[in-house]
Design a protein around this ligand. Structure first.
Ligand code: KIV
Ligand code: ZN
Length: 388
């Protein structure tokens, strides 16, 4: 059987760090239930030590969700880790995700710590967390910009302390696909105990490459967990988008050869829910969940799709939760699409002469009006002046 790719959703934690996207406890709970319906493997529900509100939200999600592992984020200190463990108490399956920065820039300018101090703190944090839960993820923040020798030293040590997942963040979205994939592969090859942990990728979208980088981390680097968010929500330009990575791995199973636990039919509902909750509009041409993702406007494409959908569709709209694909009637549309719409609207027009005449009127109207609605077509064919 093919390897499984673990989908770790962080909409409720990293997604919420997007300016203006903060959510109430009830909103988070509602989204968590939708993520469970989607059969996401791990839900990062929040950062319990960051506020009492977030603690309560994580605790509520831990108490309500049964099918997905619930994860809480913590810095690499005992207080944060204890708060996370406390919030996760009611979970059927729980994970603590602890992190500390390892890049020279972050250690020196932000943490004001030496590499040796960071090394010790990372080890102690994982040891402390492992005494509280069996499932511990460690992230070297700004990992991609870290010195590879130092990173190997830290990651080997935290695996020895019992970290079960090693996540390598491209915190500032600086990576490019081949380099990021090779970086993960180098770490896995150089760390002697690397096969004791699941390797995970966490990419930000500052250069628009979060999904591509994550896929390279999987394909080239051998990572088996991807951290992502619905609609790619997240800090600055966002995180790797769940719908895109899931559908890339599913649609190109011939290339990736990986199994997914996701029920993709709930993707569109999840996207809508996150968009409505945060007020962040999804662009129409967004892959998979944008309003135009399965819409066809040109006559040649419409004709092709009406004859065989796979001429211009690489996925089924229904497989991600749309009720159907969409034929948009406008000035570029062809006669075939127009005829099909007449049938769908219950307009019985048998004679080719009548259809041609109606189609000519439709084209005239379409030159003046950018989108033609069903009402326009009904008006056009029922117009006394033109009827026979
Ligand atoms: O981007 C990042 O580095 C993070 C870590 C906390 C995992 O979100
Ligand atoms: Zn992040």
């Amino acid at each position: 059987m093919a390897d499984k790719l673990i989908i770790f959703d962080t909409t409720l934690r990293d997604g919420e760090q997007s300016p203006g996207a903060s959510m109430t406890k009830d909103e988070k709970l509602r989204i968590a239930r939708q993520l469970e319906r989607l059969r996401v493997d791990v839900i990062e529900a929040g950062f319990p030590a960051s506020s009492n509100g977030d603690f309560d939200a994580v605790a509520a999600i831990a108490g309500a969700i049964r099918e997905s592992t619930i994860c809480g984020l913590s810095r690499a200190n005992d207080r944060d880790i204890s708060r996370a463990a406390e919030a996760l108490k009611g979970a059927a399956s729980s994970r603590i995700h602890t992190f500390i920065a390892t890049s020279p820039l972050h250690m020196e300018k932000k943490l004001r710590m030496t590499p040796d101090e960071v090394f010790e703190q990372a080890k102690l944090a994982v040891r402390f967390a492992r005494n509280l839960v069996g499932d511990v993820e460690f992230s070297p923040e700004d990992g991609y910009r870290s010195d590879v020798d130092f990173l190997c030293r830290v990651l080997e040590a935290v695996i020895n302390e019992g970290a079960t997942t090693i996540n390598v963040p491209d915190t500032v979205g600086y990576a490019v696909p081949e380099l990021y994939g090779n970086f993960i592969r180098t770490l896995r090859e150089r760390i002697p105990n690397s096969d004791k942990a699941v390797w995970s990728v966490h990419c930000h979208n500052d250069l628009g490459m979060a999904v591509a980088n994550s896929l390279a981390g999987v394909k080239i680097g051998g990572a088996r967990q991807v951290e992502c968010t619905i609609n790619g929500l997240g800090e600055r330009a966002g995180n790797c988008s769940l719908e895109e990575i899931v559908m890339a791995v599913k649609t190109r199973k011939d290339y990736y050869g990986l199994e997914l636990g996701i029920d993709t039919r709930h993707i569109v509902a999840a996207s809508r829910m996150v968009s409505q909750t945060t007020g962040f509009v999804v662009q129409p041409n967004k892959a998979v969940v944008g309003a135009n993702a399965f819409a066809h406007a040109s006559g040649i494409h419409q004709d092709g799709v009406l004859k065989a959908r796979d001429t211009y569709e690489i996925m089924r709209a229904e497989d991600v939760g749309w009720s159907a694909n969409k034929i948009v009637l406008g000035k570029l549309s062809g006669r075939n699409a127009f005829k099909q719409r007449l049938q769908e609207l219950g307009v019985a027009m048998e004679s080719e002469v009548d259809i041609n005449a109606a189609f000519a009127r439709f084209k005239e109207l379409a030159d003046r009006k950018s989108e033609i609605f069903d009402e326009d077509i009904l008006a056009l064919v029922s117009d006394e002046e033109h009827s026979h």
